[in-house]
Design a protein around this ligand. Structure first.
Ligand code: KIV
Length: 263
């Protein structure tokens, strides 16, 4: 059993207490994140870009995810681990169940899916079968081709209304957590008011219950630091201290700053 559980995260939301989340992909960094007290590890399909060197997350396979989830689990035996379901692996509820089971057997305690109302039946089906689900709305990178690039989402009233409606549908379907990526802060507020499950933000302002950063951004390893990211290693002196500083900045609400958010 993880040192922090899903009910613990729900209790934190109810108590207004934040937690930190990090996306990472191997045993050594997972060990350091656990030592730094980071509450949740996401094995993100961002590994397709920062580990495998692709320009999008689309080439990542279920086998890739299983490999990295198992590695992270070996490094962080007691951490709460979320595994991304890669592109195409949850196109139907049946496919989602088969692939989610592989990720859970590799060591995840929850799977993450990108998308809104069209996933409600899949979410309900997975949850009923003992697989907790994290939703993901806003800039969903697996839809980069439909978006025409990695762009902030939810700026029009129509898009914003759709994101709030999708969040409500995922919550009602039984999702445990929700990631909001690259949306205006005011829209994050609307979503926070519309649902009761914990929300993890990335480029969505500091009102959420948690933040997630891709580890390579946090350590300044990415060639270009996104506006919503911060290099915590530049002031820390060690990777573990950078992870500790990141967690402290998330828990205090100091990260992300207004400059690291979208209006
Ligand atoms: O793949 C990933 O790392 C993610 C986060 C950026 C939310 O989905």
């Amino acid at each position: 059993m993880a040192s922090i559980t899903i009910p613990d995260l729900q209790a934190r939301r109810a108590a207004g207490e934040r937690f930190a989340t990090i996306a990472l992909y191997d045993a050594s960094f997972a060990r350091l994140a656990a030592a730094a007290g980071i509450e949740v590890i996401l094995v993100g399909d961002s590994l397709g870009m920062v580990v495998q060197g692709h320009t999008t997350t689309l080439p990542v396979t279920v086998a890739d995810m299983v490999y990295h989830v198992a590695a992270v689990r070996r490094g962080a035996a007691d951490s709460l681990i979320i595994a991304d379901m890669p592109f195409g692996s949850y196109a139907t509820p049946e496919l989602a169940l088969t692939n989610a089971a592989l990720l859970m057997q590799a060591g995840a305690q929850m799977v993450k899916l990108e998308g809104g109302a069209w996933l409600a039946d899949t979410v309900r089906m997975l949850v009923e079968r003992g697989i907790p689900v994290c939703g993901h709305l806003g800039l969903t990178p697996q839809s980069v081709n439909a978006f025409g690039g990695f762009r902030v989402q939810g700026r029009s009233a129509e898009q914003a209304g759709q994101i709030v409606a999708d969040a409500t549908r995922l919550d009602a379907a039984g999702a445990t957590l929700l990631v909001l990526e690259c949306i205006p802060r005011s829209l994050t507020s609307q979503v926070m008011q519309a649902i009761t499950i914990p929300v993890i933000g990335i480029g969505a302002g500091n009102e959420t219950d948690s933040q997630v950063m891709v580890m390579h951004d946090l350590l300044g390893l990415s060639p270009r630091l996104p506006r919503f990211a911060r290099n915590f290693l530049s002031t820390a002196g060690s990777v573990e201290q950078a992870f500790r500083d990141y967690r402290a900045a998330v828990l205090s609400g100091e990260f992300p700053s207004p400059e690291q958010s979208y209006e």
